[in-house]
Design a protein around this ligand. Structure first.
Ligand code: AQP
Length: 340
């Protein structure tokens, strides 16, 4: 274990899908023995899109439990809920005054999500409303990371642009306030940094695309098998000797499930023109069902003791708050705010 800090977060916008798992969470489990790690359920980030209060509260707790079920161990890392550590919001404001408006306007996620919201103008609930919070999202993300002096941030490819902005913000803060106070955080990628939707391999697997586009990590066996069986494998345009994006995606899933030899055998068959889609889909479905049944059993065990979960949520937030409070004391001094 070295003294570098790892920070990463996940939104409680719904159930964990295998893209989240292979793009981020699997790496978190590995890293907890290598570095000082903070992993966070970023509930304040989820407030940037329209939501239902009761569902949101339930999802936040469920995401906390799901991360424990995936193998995050509170004895080896700090796994906590963002809004229970108020220093995230405080540093967010201070860094909002360091981040550039122009940089924020160039963030692809803001463009995509605001377009998505603008298209809901006829929806009586959302009415096309786009919050300032959605625009400011990457600043809060920079605050999350820098509050713990995060040096490494294990995320999927979709977050790389935000991470670059966190680096710019850290650099500008250091320059403006005359010290190398914050490290410039670096991305740590997994072997599967961008899992594509099985239903549309032209797009990233993403909850907001709709149910059929995701394979839920804790899904029931029949759901997982049905989603894999209906995966788009070939549009009939793949030249001899090449792999279609759908097949490439399924092979990536096999490799991520530690079945590299099986993936290599299928790859050779496909490249030689022997394109048998059903056995490939069966192999992927079997691997995902095996993964899912293990974490499902573990989640059920943890979820059975709600009092223990609530106690743990408070204990881990206390640990995070101790570190965060020290950073805020330093930052307030550096930027010229009075000490409390
Ligand atoms: N398809 C993916 N492949 C690899 N990594 C992915 N991640 C997300 N999708 C993929 C990574 O998962 C972590 C948590 O991401 P998040 O909290 O931003 O999750 P999300 O935004 O809820 O994921 P979705 O499904 O894409 O949601 P929507 O549709 O709401 O945006 C991050 O490290 C992310 O990179």
């Amino acid at each position: 274990m070295d003294n570098k800090t790892v920070f990463s977060g996940i939104q409680p916008t719904g159930e964990l899908h295998v893209g989240n798992y292979f793009g981020a969470v699997k790496n978190w489990v590995r890293l907890q023995d290598l570095h000082r790690c903070f992993f966070c359920v970023v509930d304040m980030h989820s407030m940037t899109m329209p939501y239902d209060v009761a569902v949101f509260q339930k999802n936040t707790e469920e995401m906390f439990v799901s991360l424990l079920a995936c193998g995050l161990d509170p004895k080896r890392c700090t796994v906590f809920i963002q809004s229970m550590v108020p220093q995230h919001a405080e540093l967010n404001w201070i860094l909002s005054c360091v981040a550039s408006y122009g940089d924020l306007t160039r963030q692809i996620q803001f463009k995509e999500k605001s377009e998505q919201l603008a298209a809901t103008v006829d929806d009586p609930t959302s009415g096309g409303f786009i919050s300032a919070g959605l625009f400011n999202y990457p600043v809060l993300q920079a605050a999350d990371i820098l509050l713990y002096h995060g040096a490494y941030v294990p995320v999927g490819r979709d977050q790389e642009q935000h991470l670059e902005l966190s680096r710019v913000i850290a650099r500008r803060f250091n320059k403006q306030f005359g010290r190398d106070y914050f490290p410039e955080p670096k991305v740590l990628s997994t072997e599967l940094p961008k899992l594509l939707s099985l239903a549309d391999p032209g797009k990233k697997m993403s909850k907001s695309l709709g149910e059929k586009h995701v394979v839920p990590l804790f899904g029931e066996e029949r759901v997982i098998r049905a989603r894999v069986r209906s995966a788009i494998t070939d549009s009939g345009e793949t030249p001899e000797g090449e792999l279609s994006p759908g097949v490439h995606n399924l092979l990536g899933l096999l490799r991520a499930c530690d079945l590299g030899d099986t993936a290599a055998t299928f790859e050779n068959q496909f490249r030689s023109g022997d394109r048998k889609y059903a056995p490939l889909k069966d192999a992927v479905a079997d691997a995902l069902v095996a993964l899912s049944s293990g974490v499902r059993a573990r989640r059920a065990e943890i979820a059975a003791d709600r009092d223990a979960i609530h106690k743990l949520m408070h204990e881990t937030a206390d640990q995070a708050r101790t570190v965060a409070a020290q950073t805020i004391t330093d930052v307030r001094r550096l930027v010229g705010l009075p000490q409390r």
